[in-house]
Write a protein that binds this ligand. Structure first.
Ligand code: EPU
Length: 421
């Protein structure tokens, strides 16, 4: 098993380039199933979740070619209906997007229930509600979901989500793009990757309005044509590097970002003492003095993202004073990393949805284990800031979502190595 060995306390300096957004890529790749033609997709991150999604699509007959840089060409025009490979589907969370994409393309789907990061109970009742709302008949067991047209066939309708679920919004968008009539999603998720998926589908000929607001309208079209599309930069990868500089100290230019997407994160890091300047598509961050305590509550976009909870917790662990961190999306997300941070000397007390973090002067290196992707990223940041050597185990979680993490951090002056046993 591979792990990271980190010798901490080196300040970070230089430039880091952010890759394409994971959570956009894992929605846009299955969306290519809806397209009758070649899609040229740029800025595709080379991470394990994307590689698994491409393997699933290849297994279903998609022709996928990796071109120069991070461009992928994908042609699903000739494929026949095929059930996606169960074992591959169970390796990642976003494989449930195959349900919406297959329902939209073939009017049916049989997909195993997904795997991925299990930091909380992650039900899919809102996805199912969406499919039923579009006229599908749903057969759901402990192992799979099977979808087929109900007695009146598939057609657009008004679907009101009980919560602004990213996954359910994506699945309904995928299913509704090619079915007749108008679909209205009320209480739709507004995350940047939702808007990116809508922009991709519209570039290929879909008619989606209102992405990025609470109400999205999708007018079904007969077919989508091929085209070229570039995925947006990864908000959470960029936030992770910004949090790393905040925790460790230094002076870094984070490039290939959309600064507007970063406001919910940078406003908090500024409050804690980081000096941040936005440019057109980059952000400079400097941090020298001791950090100040803060109060953060995670919320759906445009709030502070749950996917940055663990990383900002490391900053709080090193700040002067008592911080409060409240999780409102996934209650059990603290358990993936707080015990590990405590073993490095952090003072964190969890009470229900809130962690009270009393800052300490220093963290100390030890052996810690990643339990999910963002928890793992936080442990890497803690290791970079800590005195001594930190070993981060279970790094396959981290490699699901961070492209060239070791190379990018090394270029910033960090002492981090990937070690194979
Ligand atoms: N929920 C339900 N029923 C549903 C769907 C969601 O109760 O049918 C609840 C969830 O349990 C959660 C809340 O609604 O409490 C929000 O879940 P959402 O559906 O928005 O999350 P998701 O689609 O499963 C995506 C990202 C996650 C990110 C969340 C929240 C992808 C592939 N995953 O998950 O990303 O944490 O949105 O922003 O887009 C990550 O990148 O590390 C990651 C976990």
């Amino acid at each position: 098993m591979a792990r990271y060995e980190i010798h901490g306390s080196n300040l970070l300096s230089g430039t880091v380039t952010i890759s394409g957004a994971k959570n956009a890529a894992v929605a846009i790749l299955p969306a290519a199933l809806l397209v009758s033609g070649k899609c040229r997709i740029e800025n595709v991150p080379d991470i394990s979740d994307v590689r698994i999604m491409m393997d699933i699509l290849r297994g279903m007959g998609a022709k996928i070619e990796s071109l120069e840089g991070s461009t992928v060409e994908i042609d699903c025009s000739q494929i026949q209906y095929t059930k996606p490979d169960d074992d591959l589907v169970r390796k990642m969370r976003a494989s449930y997007y195959l349900m919406g994409a297959l329902l939209g393309r073939f009017g049916k789907a049989h997909v195993a229930l997904p795997g991925g990061c299990n930091f909380a109970s992650r039900p899919i009742d809102q996805h199912i509600k969406g499919f039923c709302g579009l006229g599908a008949e749903v057969d759901e067991t402990e192992d799979y979901v099977a979808l087929s047209p109900g007695p009146e066939g598939l057609r657009g309708d008004r679907i009101c989500l009980d919560m602004a679920s990213v996954g359910a919004t994506v699945n309904i968008m995928l299913a509704a793009t090619l079915i007749p009539g108008q679909t209205i999603i009320e209480n739709a998720a507004k995350e940047p990757h939702i808007v990116d998926l809508a922009n991709f589908l519209n570039t290929m000929g879909a008619r989606i309005n209102g992405a990025g607001t609470d109400t999205m309208k999708i007018r079904g079209v007969n077919s989508l044509r091929g085209g070229t599309y570039a995925i947006i930069p990864d908000q959470i990868e960029a936030g992770t590097y910004l949090a790393a500089v905040t925790a460790v100290g230094g002076n870094v230019l984070v490039q290939n970002v959309i600064p507007k997407h970063m406001d919910c994160i940078t406003s908090k890091l500024r409050e804690m003492g980081a000096n941040i300047t936005n440019y057109d598509d980059s952000i400079r961050i400097m941090r020298t003095g001791r950090l100040r305590q803060s109060t953060v509550k995670t919320r759906p976009y445009p709030g502070f993202p749950t996917d940055m909870q663990a990383q900002i917790c490391v900053c709080m662990a090193l700040a002067n004073g008592v911080s409060r961190l409240t999780e409102s999306v996934y209650e059990t997300r603290f358990f993936g990393y707080c015990t590990e941070l405590q073993s490095m000397g952090a003072n964190i007390r969890i009470n229900g949805k809130t962690a009270t973090v009393t800052g300490v002067e220093r963290l100390y290196g030890t052996s810690v284990s990643a339990h999910d992707l963002r928890a793992g990223a936080a442990l890497v940041i803690a290791g970079l800031a800590a005195e001594g050597t930190t070993y981060v185990e279970n790094i396959h979680f981290i490699e699901r979502g961070y492209e060239n993490l070791v190379e990018k951090l090394t270029a910033l002056g960090a002492d981090i190595r990937r070690v194979e046993d």
